[in-house]
Write a protein that binds this ligand. Sequence first.
Ligand code: ATP
Ligand code: MG
Length: 147
Amino acid sequence: MRAVLASASAGETEAIAARVAARLELGDVVTVSGELGSGKTTFVRGACRALGVTAPVTSPTFTIGHRYEGRIDVAHLDLYRYDGVSEADWGDLEPYFEGAVVFVEWPEAGRASLPPARIAVSIQHAGEDQRRIELTSAEAALLEDVE
Ligand SMILES: Nc1ncnc2c1ncn2[C@@H]1O[C@H](COP(=O)(O)OP(=O)(O)OP(=O)(O)O)[C@@H](O)[C@H]1O
Ligand SMILES: [Mg+2]
């Protein structure tokens, strides 16, 4: 099942992410794909706010991920620099999947080793501040009325 939404600002993308986040449960994995600067981290920030995270939400740069405390814990991974996920890499990654909702930016490198995503988010530029946000899930109910 797929839902396609239009966003006209970073704030709108955050609001869409907040509505998605409200449907998530501990242990859920959400992949966030899209070209450079499309708004992946912005999406994760909106989701984090909705989950009660008050800390600043920024792209993990010097580490593979961040972990935030909220009403439920949130992990934020960025696999941009990865070609694939080796067993040693997985040793670093695994703790992020314990007791958290997990958002994965640039998930392509981890496709083979990451737990399956409950929702896959794909963001595309659609001119200036416009973005096309596509949500895909095997569960139709999860995306119902998310517009
Ligand atoms: N509709 C929109 N949705 C999301 N971001 C937007 C939108 N319009 C403008 N922006 C701007 O685009 C930028 C998106 O940056 P962000 O870091 O979220 O992208 P990213 O996809 O995570 O980038 P990277 O590939 O470097 O990780 C921000 O500066 C944000 O303010
Ligand atoms: Mg980012």
